[in-house]
Design a binder for this molecule. Sequence first.
Ligand SMILES: [Cu+2]
Length: 176
Amino acid sequence: MPDLLEKLLKNQPFAAALLCAAALFATAAQADGGHDHGHAGHGASHASAHDGDTPYGRPGDAAKARRTVHVVMSDTMRFDPATITVRRGETVRFVAANGGRLEHELVLGTAASLKAHAEEMRAMPDMQHADPGAVRVAPGASGEIVWQFTEAGSFDFACLIPGHFEAGMVGKVVVR
Ligand SMILES: [Cu+2]
């Protein structure tokens, strides 16, 4: 090992390349890990959440969605409606329409998980959500999420595009 270190020190370009590769790897690992982290909802209990369970529910079966909730996202950084009330156990089909000229997204979560996720988005603005509880929508288009709310409580949804979350692009899901 001392030999290798000596070689590294003498061979600066090689060392630099190695460091660079290490940094890339670390970034990639962080992106992946961060994603899981953000989407799993930040809890040790999520190690066992292989079926997509989160504190705010789980991906729903579209065939079981008896209710469709239309949400409009606008460049005023608001969701309309901003509060949605559902029954515990209910499967909801969200249709998120983008009425603005900017991209927007609807990401389900808890206040804490969305805040942490927004911070990751600021660090990596190009991060894509590979998350059944999230949909990014182009201007004039609409996207869907089918979600089952399995726990009673108050949860959030938000647009985590940098600047939007900070401007208050957040809504509430109250599960009774
Ligand atoms: Cu937005």
